[in-house]
Write a protein that binds this ligand. Sequence first.
Ligand code: CO8
Length: 260
Amino acid sequence: MEFTNLLLETSEGVATLTINSPRTMNALNSQILGELECALYDLNLVDEVKVVVITGAGEKAFVAGADIKEMSSMNSYEGHQFGLKGQRVMMLIEKMSKPVIAAVNGYALGGGLELALACDFIYASEKAKVGFPEVTLGIMPGFGGTQNLARLIGPNRANEMIFTGTMLNAEKACLWGIVNQVFAPEELLPKSLETARGIARLGTVGVGYAKDSIANGLNMGKEDGFRYEASLFGVLFATEDQKEGMAAFVEKRKAEFKGK
Ligand code: CO8
């Protein structure tokens, strides 16, 4: 599939999806959201792809938010549709059976931070700045940010970030648990790919089921979560990866996983 605003590169089981509109700080307009939805839907179906890394083109921004110029003339119905479109992309990332890592190379603001938060974890460059400036525009986060941020760092810190609209630097974002690791700018993508390739070499059915168990378990009571985990755990014993992984351990050799 051809994309106007995305670059897609796949190697060693890892697809790198780069949002490529640096002139507008990779702001998410309707077209980019549509392309992201198609690309992610497709990547979830491609067997060769085991892990996805999302990043932004250029040196300044991961994604500086939803496109303010496009939103400025929307009516209520259009705003609602735009919000739903963005939320579909975020939900798609969460529902994918493959890990998605956000490599945040610069500003991740508003919808950009929401995109990063929808990913399974975030690596950031020392230059990254994250925040929700929506209240400075008279709106609020609308691509799942109020939900995902509060679940990740708790309501008090989420309240402070969202009500004040201030940005955190990478160090503070890491301290607050938004970002897992911070790297020098030139190290960010290599380190993200190294982690992604490491995951891609493992038993990726188990990885996908663990993602499912963590994500869905968070919306359940603990007992239901335990039950859900046990049912997925049991299914893994019907996979080739489980047989290969355990046989390799017993035979003292490296496992050759097939992802099935
Ligand atoms: N939308 C559209 N264009 C943008 C955006 C954006 N979010 N961010 C930057 N741009 C454009 C600028 O307009 C500028 O274009 P031009 O040269 O044509 O004027 C170009 O990118 C470069 O930007 P700056 O000159 O401003 O660059 P600076 O380095 O001076 O500043 C900043 C960088 C700090 C990132 C600054 O551009 C900025 O503050 N951008 C806006 C950040 C923001 O407010 N983001 C939140 C947007 S709202 C949102 O994301 C809501 C999500 C949920 C939607 C739900 C809908 C229902």
